[in-house]
Design a protein around this ligand. Structure first.
Ligand SMILES: Nc1ncnc2c1ncn2[C@@H]1O[C@H](COP(=O)(O)OP(=O)(O)OC[C@H]2O[C@@H]([n+]3cccc(C(=O)O)c3)[C@H](O)[C@@H]2O)[C@@H](O)[C@H]1O
Ligand SMILES: Nc1ncnc2c1ncn2[C@@H]1O[C@H](COP(=O)(O)OP(=O)(O)OP(=O)(O)O)[C@@H](O)[C@H]1O
Ligand SMILES: NC(=O)CC[C@H](N)C(=O)O
Length: 567
């Protein structure tokens, strides 16, 4: 039997001491469990992804020092092979670094392998820092077993199509007994199932069992879901580690089957995973928790309008940080409905969150008076509407400055797409929780939270009221935008296109075709396309949002601002 410990850890980028401590603790568990192998995620020493820190000499020196410390630490676990990920230096033309996998035991590097396929698309930019590795030997004998190694993207060219470089195929030709893949695979809706499909098929095609170890945790926009797994050629995915949590688990492999460390059969893996709304909730909660923890925040503040976006943001923040650590501020203006305060009171009572009232009417009036006095014209229309949003944004930032709370912005993907938000107003904030959820999904997730709680967290009047910015008398979102079910169906195709998830693609494309069948629909699409394009400048200045879907705004969609568009 080959005993292998999967160390699904949550490293922090650049925290070498912290990451080493996590790795040492997992290695001790491996040793206690009698494992010959402990497997850590890709770039586990540095955390994924260090970005341009990889260009900084001090960072690389610290990484080298951590690697030396790790080599020394491996003496404390005699006979244990540590499979780690780290940047390593290289000579010759091209980038000076490789994204490497090292197998370390008893103070020695037993194998060093450089990642061949460097993802440089969507949110990935590895070619910016690393040079692809050669197609070299990456099989190591461990006891009676020949183990072959891959690094994350290396496995993704084995989808049955022809590629110039297919490291999985090449590894299969070396006929190891087992493939071990180290990964930093960010999560989005459908990603876990995509990994399962890809690796179960490849395992079957090459008749090779495989162990896939992923990182877990939030890193800026990205959330890694863990969900490390084992696959066999006959049975597909036979084991899955915890999702959205660290998990250090030892499995035993007998050449064909995986069993638990104590020899017991492994529990069955649910192919369906989490329903969409449960997924969004888990991913967002982990993303905020880690973002806050890593940036040194314990508290968050949110402007509470009595609308659905701020309500959902508050509910998710209360879950992630604890209700006592979240403050809501209601800021009624001349145009606010009575419900905006009353519904906010009910919401915050349901959530156990503190609500503070800070009216803005006098401040808005003072600005309007100053404007008229200085510029000789009354402040009216859109500038007055935006002023209210900006006064609110300023009050929220004052509170954040004074009390050290992280300001969470509340924009959703529908309005961020078309620029239905005020720059330096409601776009203020450090992080957006729901910026990758369409408005229709904002409602669905809110209902899901109520159902999951078994009581009303988000009050029915907030779920039922018509969306309104309440910046002008009787204003409704539908004055400026098509109804959200229509807008969202169009946006899913226009923003996400080929990256739309397999599960929803057919339905969304059918709806898109129906909506654009006549001249009116085509004119609407042209208008929406133009709004998306023209509002790139707002998105470029907006706070980062947690990525939930395959194509999220941010580094996953890099568009020029000053461009002419051909539609
Ligand atoms: N290409 C470019 N590069 C850099 N800056 C550019 C720019 N084009 C315009 N700008 C600047 O942007 C300004 C216009 O942007 P901005 O000031 O935001 O204002 P604007 O986009 O004109 O108006 C905000 C819109 O969002 C709606 N809104 C506001 C607040 C909340 C909600 C809601 O329900 O969530 C909706 C509101 O009803 C209105 O339709 C221009 O005055 C100019 O300074
Ligand atoms: N009266 C208010 N008091 C406090 N904050 C407000 C108020 N009105 C707006 N905000 C803040 O500005 C954000 C944008 O709100 P707005 O009502 O304009 O549109 P929205 O996108 O429909 O959001 P929501 O569904 O939360 O109302 C809100 O989510 C909230 O954070
Ligand atoms: N770190 C990587 O190589 C990640 C790329 C890979 N296709 C994934 O998202 O899982």
């Amino acid at each position: 039997m080959l005993r292998i410990t999967l160390a699904q850890l949550n490293p922090t980028v650049g925290d070498f001491a912290g990451n080493l401590a996590l790795m040492r603790a997992a290695a001790e568990t491996a040793q206690r469990d009698g494992a010959q192998l402990v497997v850590f995620p890709e770039l586990s020493l540095t955390g994924y992804y260090p970005g341009d820190l990889l260009d900084e000499p001090a960072f690389l020196a610290a990484s080298d020092a951590a690697l030396a410390e790790l080599l020394a630490a491996s003496h404390t676990t005699p006979g244990l092979n540590w499979v780690i990920g780290a940047p390593t230096r290289r000579q010759g033309p091209g980038k000076p670094l490789s994204n490497s996998l090292l197998v370390i035991a008893d103070g020695e590097v037993r194998l060093q392998y450089a990642k061949q396929l460097l993802p440089t698309y969507n949110i990935f930019d590895e070619r910016r820092h690393f040079e692809p590795g050669p197609d070299n030997n990456r099989v190591l004998r461990i006891g009676a077993w020949r183990v072959g190694f891959l690094i994350c993207e290396d496995g993704w060219n084995d989808d049955g199509r022809d590629y110039a470089v297919n490291p999985f195929q090449r590894l299969a030709e070396a006929a190891p007994d087992l493939v071990v893949s180290i990964n930093a695979s960010p999560s989005n809706i459908g990603k876990r199932e995509q990994r399962h499909r890809l690796f179960a098929t490849a395992s079957h095609r090459h008749d090779l069992p495989l162990l896939y170890v992923n990182q877990v945790g939030g890193q800026d926009q990205l959330v890694f879901d863990g969900a490390s797994f084992a696959v066999t050629p006959q049975d597909g995915v036979v084991f899955e580690a915890r999702r959205f949590e660290e998990d250090v688990r030892t499995l035993a492999f007998d050449g064909a089957r995986f069993v638990a460390a104590d020899g017991a059969a492994l529990p069955a893996v649910d192919p369906a995973g989490l329903p969409a709304m449960a997924f969004y909730r888990r991913q967002t909660v982990l993303g905020l928790r880690d973002y806050a923890r890593r940036c040194g925040f314990t508290h968050a503040v949110i402007g509470c309008s009595g609308g659905i976006d701020s309500a959902l943001t508050l509910a998710l923040a209360a879950e992630a940080l604890g209700a006592d650590n979240v403050t809501a501020i209601t800021m009624p203006s001349r145009f606010s409905s009575a419900g905006s305060v009353d519904d906010s009171v009910t919401l915050c009572r349901n959530l156990g969150v503190r609500l503070i009232e800070h009216p803005i009417r006098d401040m808005v009036d003072a600005y309007a008076t100053g404007f008229a006095a200085a510029f000789g014209a009354p402040l009216a229309g859109l500038p007055l509407e935006n002023l209210q949003a900006r006064v609110r944004g300023t009050v929220l930032m004052e509170y954040s400055n004074a009390y050290g709370h992280l300001l969470l912005t509340t924009g959703n993907k529908s309005e961020i797409s078309v620029g239905y938000c005020t720059l330096y107003g409601d776009t203020n904030g450090g992080l957006g929780l729901i910026g990758d959820l369409y408005k229709t999904e904002v409602y669905a997730l809110s209902r899901h939270l109520n159902e999951a709680a078994g009581r009303e967290l988000i009050p029915a009047p907030i779920l039922d009221k018509e969306p309104s910015a309440e910046l002008a008398p009787g204003q409704r979102d539908t004055d400026s935008l098509p109804p959200y079910p229509v807008l969202d169906a169009l946006l899913k195709v226009l923003v996400e296109g080929p990256l739309l998830g397999q599960d929803e693609r057919a339905a969304v494309e059918a709806e898109y075709a129906r909506l654009t069948a006549d001249a009116g629909g085509q004119a609407l699409v042209a208008r929406i396309r133009s709004l998306i394009a023209r509002n790139e400048y707002k998105r470029r200045q907006a706070p980062p949002i947690l990525r939930l879907r395959a194509r999220a705004f941010g580094s996953g969609r890099q568009m020029p601002i000053a461009a002419r568009h051909v539609f």
